[in-house]
Each structure stands twice: as structure tokens, then as C-alpha cells.
Ligand binder design. Structure first.
Ligand code: OAD
Length: 245
């Protein structure tokens, strides 16, 4: 890895992650050639309109993904673990904002974490917004334990056309951050894809891309390192931490 630009030892760090960080744990990405969106259409399974038109099809898609993630004994990889170690050892604040609906970051030990696109191991009721942990299949027949109505239970994930979660907290963290790192995301989905542009516009804070290949917004980053997440993320984190000791 080429040399990294070392931030101040108390730098506040915000890390955005995407599907690329979980790829080596065994989950498909979305936009790589064999990715999820090459097999199903977004408008059929990942919009509120799709759920209204054909809830059984949407449930089947998320039931399949949830089952895959929960029953294959998939594990967090070295990149997830490196970010947990960074949070544990870095003197300043480290916040991980993930677009991923899997649970690898928390299982690796990251605690300061925002799931901006929700979690597929949770259900939410469309009628009353009650959220509950969920590990099995969902269907239109499920009755919400919060409001006792049937038909409203859906995966607690953000669909296209819906507002990502905790945007106020994310924006506040970006306004204050000294180092923004983007890992394993193609930079196609807003608002996450716009975070690096916001950092640039504010004119403060260093920006770093760690990805398999240059993302759509690659030219906006001040520093970049390309390779597999399990290789470049631990090496980048080690470089940050070693200069601390
Ligand atoms: P994408 O599939 O769009 O992009 C994944 C990125 O990871 C690509 O740039 C790949 O080159 C890179 N990549 C693949 N394997 C990698 C590896 N082993 N190590 C490092 N990088 C690797 O996924 P996201 O950008 O996360 O949203 O997609 C963003 C959102 O689009 C998702 O959260 C989801 C999707 O539609 C919703 O469903 C709302």
C-alpha cells in the first residue's frame, strides 16, 4: 500500500461502508456483474410501490436474503474486524455508517454504528412503525404484536424512494469529521454517494476511498487505495494505528 496521509491523533473519523466490505464474507454485492441487481429488478422488490403491488414477491426476496445471511454461518471478515479495532483504539471518535443490512459490523465489535438502510434481521409494521428483531420468514399473514393488525409487517430496510435512517445524526457527524473513509461502495446511491461531495464542499476533512476499483465518485476523494477489502482495510487501519504508538 502506498503511504497514507496521517490525520491528527484525535481526529474524528466517519466511515461509510457498502456491500463490497461484506463480499468476502460470502454476501453478493448489488452492481458487480453477478450482483443482486443483475438477477432481480429494483422496481420489482425494493420500492414501496413493489410492496404495495406484490407483497408476496417482496417478502420472498428478503426471506431468501435473510435466510442466506442467517443460516450459512457467514462470519465478519478481517475488514469488519479492523474497523472494530480502530474504534476500540483510536483516541478520537469513530462512527461507522453502513448501507449494509447485514450484521457483520456489530458482530465484529463495532458499537458506534448507524444502519442507514436498516437491517434485514428486523421487521417493521407499516401501520404503527413498531420494530422487532426477526430471524424467520415474513408474510402478509403476520399480525403485528404492537398494533395487532395483519398485513403491515415488512423488512426494516430502506427502499428506493424512502428516506434513509438517522440522516440528522449522520449529517452532524460529517459536519464535524476530520477524516471521511468510504469502503466497498460503488457510489451510485444517494444520499450516501453524496457524502464525499459534502466533505469537499465544506472544505474541511481528509477523504479516502478504499475499494476494489475506482467508484463513480472516485475523483472526489483526496486519497485512494484499491484492492480487496480484507487486504486494504486492515493495512490502512494498521497504518493509522501504528503511527499512534
Ligand atoms: P454496490 O454493489 O453498488 O457496490 C459494491 C462496491 O464494492 C463496488 O464498487 C465493487 O467494486 C466493490 N467491491 C466488490 N467486492 C469487493 C471486495 N472484496 N473488496 C472491496 N470492494 C469490493 O453496493 P453499494 O454501493 O453498497 O440499497 O450499494 C449501495 C446501495 O445500493 C445498497 O445499500 C442497496 C443497493 O441498492 C438499497 O437497497 C436501498
Amino acid at each position: 500500500m502506498k503511504p497514507i496521509q496521517q490525520p491528527a491523533s484525535d481526529a474524528r473519523i466517519v466511515i461509510l461502508t457498502g456491500a463490497g466490505i461484506s463480499q468476502e464474507s460470502g454476501l453478493e454485492t448489488f452492481r458487480d456483474p453477478d450482483g443482486i441487481w443483475s438477477k432481480v429488478r429494483i422496481e420489482d422488490v425494493a420500492t414501496p410501490e413493489a410492496f404495495a403491488a406484490d407483497p408476496d414477491r417482496v417478502h420472498a426476496f428478503y426471506n431468501m436474503r435473510r435466510k442466506r445471511a442467517l443460516t450459512l454461518n457467514l462470519e465478519p471478515n478481517a475488514a469488519h474486524k479492523a474497523l472494530a479495532e480502530l474504534e476500540a483504539r483510536w483516541p478520537g471518535e469513530v462512527l461507522v455508517v453502513t448501507q449494509n443490512v447485514d450484521s457483520f459490523h456489530e458482530r465484529a465489535g463495532t458499537t458506534n454504528l448507524i444502519h442507514m438502510h436498516g437491517r434485514h434481521a428486523e421487521a417493521r409494521c407499516n401501520h404503527c412503525s413498531h420494530v422487532v428483531p426477526w430471524s424467520g420468514d415474513m408474510s402478509v399473514d403476520v399480525v403485528c404484536e404492537g398494533c395487532a393488525k395483519p398485513g403491515g409487517i415488512r423488512p426494516n430496510v430502506v427502499w428506493f424512494g424512502e428516506m434513509p435512517l438517522q440522516m440528522d445524526r449522520i449529517q452532524a457527524a460529517l459536519f464535524e469529521c476530520d477524516l471521511f473513509i468510504s469502503i466497498g461502495t460503488s457510489g451510485n446511491v444517494y444520499p450516501a454517494a453524496g457524502f464525499v461531495g459534502l466533505m469537499r464542499k465544506m472544505g474541511r476533512g481528509h477523504t479516502v476511498e478504499l475499494n476494489l476499483e475506482p467508484s463513480t465518485g472516485a475523483s472526489l476523494f483526496a486519497e485512494s487505495h484499491y484492492g480487496k477489502a480484507t487486504d486494504i482495510v486492515p493495512r490502512y487501519v494498521a497504518a493509522l494505528l501504528n503511527d499512534q504508538t
